[in-house]
Design a protein around this ligand. Structure first.
Ligand code: HEC
Length: 102
């Protein structure tokens, strides 16, 4: 699973279209969008436009292991609280439509 997550993050980071918006996105945020904005990802909750507080709360819960996530526990542990906040605010400022890539 670690390998899959790295592949997703790598693919998103290297995509030319993503590189343009990378300037404004906090570190890691585009990697999240690789799963959370994927059109075919029906089982993955969409976090774009979700209040930052809710996203932060979920990620902190995943980090401490009180969340019920699978991949998210591993992902959340890779970010500091400040980074989580920055990512959460970035997603909160986005509607679902902007996140979904063509
Ligand atoms: C490999 C795909 C993947 C990546 C990358 C990923 N997520 Fe997730 N995320 C999931 C899945 C799947 C779930 C559903 C819970 C679970 O199975 O862990 C989830 C759940 C969540 C939830 C809970 C949603 C809710 O409201 O119930 C939040 C918040 C979240 N992710 C934020 C993030 C953030 C922020 C990042 C980037 C740092 C990120 N995710 C990266 C797959 C991913």
């Amino acid at each position: 699973m670690r390998r899959a997550v790295a592949a997703v993050i790598g693919a998103v980071t290297l995509a030319p279209a993503a590189a343009q918006s990378a300037a404004e996105a906090p570190p890691g945020a585009l990697g999240c969008a690789g799963c959370h904005g994927a059109p075919a990802a029906g089982v993955i909750p969409d976090i774009a436009g979700q209040p930052a507080q809710a996203t932060v709360a979920s990620l902190l819960a995943y980090r401490t292991g009180t969340g019920t996530g699978s991949v998210m526990e591993r992902i959340a542990k890779g970010f500091s609280e400040d980074e989580i906040r920055a990512i959460a605010e970035w997603f909160a400022a986005r509607g679902t439509a902007t996140l979904h890539r063509p």
